[in-house]
Design a protein around this ligand. Structure first.
Ligand SMILES: Cc1cc2nc3c(=O)[nH]c(=O)nc-3n(C[C@H](O)[C@H](O)[C@H](O)COP(=O)(O)OP(=O)(O)OC[C@H]3O[C@@H](n4cnc5c(N)ncnc54)[C@H](O)[C@@H]3O)c2cc1C
Length: 398
């Protein structure tokens, strides 16, 4: 009898979980093992984020981000509906405060329309006030398809379904060694060995290192950017109804500090984007010498810094100064005061950077005969995770 194929997935964030889920949905007889180094799945980016469902407004038409966000938000909302996971399509405003932002707002509207977003429209002051009465803006893009979700529950539910379908999810299982021989992968953790025909690297903040274990030369390096949040005090929460975003700087892949109503209740403000001194460093004081040496010995990082010294410094100062953070928020909602903000959580983005210092903008997957390495899956990869899992499944099963 022909032996069915076996797949080894490294990383139990949303991308790894969604990939395991999609493979088993397509071919229930294959063997799927997922290794997660933490004691539970979804302990890094997948649950340290804004909890937003992105509809595909920002991304260049035709890019993987555009295609997979547009497909992904539909798949994610469908999944949440069928699994009773809290989510809400509440809509979002991207607001232009000054006239020099209008051409960029128009470009976003053009991109959104080209990506097929429904109900997207440009609105003026009066309509803005009807949707978000405390916003100060001269124009805005209203994106009615966007929403909020509980990604923790998405991770938990995906993990349960994978196991119900016969997949194995091994937690506390950090991949430390990989060998490819005779068309098979041999993977080692501190306590066990696993073999598989096919390797799928979804290791997020560690994906370049896992690729290296598989024998790949690093063509991009992960540079960790921490995003810090404040929470609005209950007394100030009425100032934000749903999601309020600035017009982003097109040279930078991050969206700028914004307001997000959370599905669990409350409102968050942030995240900024500060170089993290540890890949999994959630506080300013978290330092990992190996991670730091990795960044500082990377010529791409210095080229990046040379291109954006002002931006890097300003994000760092904003991280240290609540008043600076508050000023950025007051551009959007002038009534916010520093005393309305209390420190919240943070997350670290796994952002791939090229040797040239350019940040990799699009999702980046490296295909090999018996492996796929997901080497750049920043925002909106939580929204798009089920579509990314479907895309990978299409590549490896058909
Ligand atoms: C601050 C912030 C805000 C964001 N906001 C949003 C948003 O609102 N909406 C959105 O769609 N996206 C958002 N994102 C992006 C989104 O969270 C990520 O793109 C997505 O979660 C990536 O999932 P992942 O599975 O690739 O990575 P992760 O969730 O980081 O998972 C990778 C997993 O691999 C494991 N791992 C690593 N190395 C090994 C190893 N050697 N062996 C075993 N396991 C290993 C890790 O422990 C981890 O669990 C945000 C991200 C951040 C940081």
């Amino acid at each position: 009898m022909k032996r069915s194929k076996s797949f080894l997935i490294i990383g139990g964030g949303l991308v790894g979980l969604a990939t395991a889920y999609r493979i088993l949905e397509r071919q229930p007889t294959v063997k799927v093992t997922l290794l997660e180094k933490e004691s539970a799945t979804g302990m890094h980016q997948s649950t340290h984020n804004s909890g937003v469902l992105h509809a595909g407004l920002y991304y260049a038409p035709g890019s993987a981000k555009a295609k997979l966000a547009v497909a992904g938000i539909k798949q994610m909302t469908q999944f949440c509906r069928s699994e009773n996971i809290p989510h809400e399509i509440c809509g979002k405003l991207v607001v232009a405060v000054t006239s020099d932002e209008l051409p960029r707002l128009d470009e976003l509207l053009r991109r959104g329309a080209a990506n097929g977003l429904q109900g997207l429209r440009k609105i003026g002051k009066d309509d803005i006030r009807k949707i978000e009465p405390h916003v100060n803006a001269i124009a805005a893009a209203h994106v009615p398809e966007e929403g909020i979700v509980d990604y923790r529950q998405v991770c938990d539910r995906l993990e349960t379904i994978i196991q119900e379908r016969g997949g194995r999810v091994e937690t506390g299982a950090e991949l430390i060694n990989l060998r490819g021989t005779n068309g098979q992968w041999l993977a080692r953790t501190a306590t066990a060995e696993f073999t598989a025909d096919y390797l799928i690297n979804c290791a997020g903040l560690q994906c370049d290192r896992v690729a290296e274990l598989a024998g790949e030369k690093r063509d991009v390096k992960i540079v960790p950017f921490r995003g810090e949040y404040y929470q609005l005090t209950p007394a100030a929460q009425h100032l934000v109804k749903n999601l309020i975003y600035p017009v982003p700087n097109p040279q930078f892949p991050f969206l700028g500090v914004h307001f997000t109503r959370m599905i669990q209740g409350g409102v968050e403000a942030g995240p900024n984007a500060v170089l993290a001194f540890a890949r999994e460093g959630y506080r300013l004081t978290d330092i990992d010498i190996k991670d730091l040496a990795d960044v500082f010995s990377f010529p791409g990082f210095w080229r990046f810094l040379g291109k954006f010294p002002g931006m890097a410094l300003s994000e760092f100062v904003q991280s240290l100064s609540k008043d600076r953070f508050c000023k950025a928020l007051q551009r959007l909602v002038p009534d916010i005061r520093a005393q309305d903000l209390v420190p919240g959580h943070s997350g670290v983005r796994a952002q791939a950077m090229k040797n040239s210092g350019e940040l990799v903008n699009d999702f980046h997957l490296l295909h090999r005969d018996n492996a796929i390495h997901v080497l750049n899956a920043p925002s909106p990869a939580a929204t798009a995770s089920l579509a990314i899992g479907e895309f990978i499944t299409n590549q490896i099963l058909f």
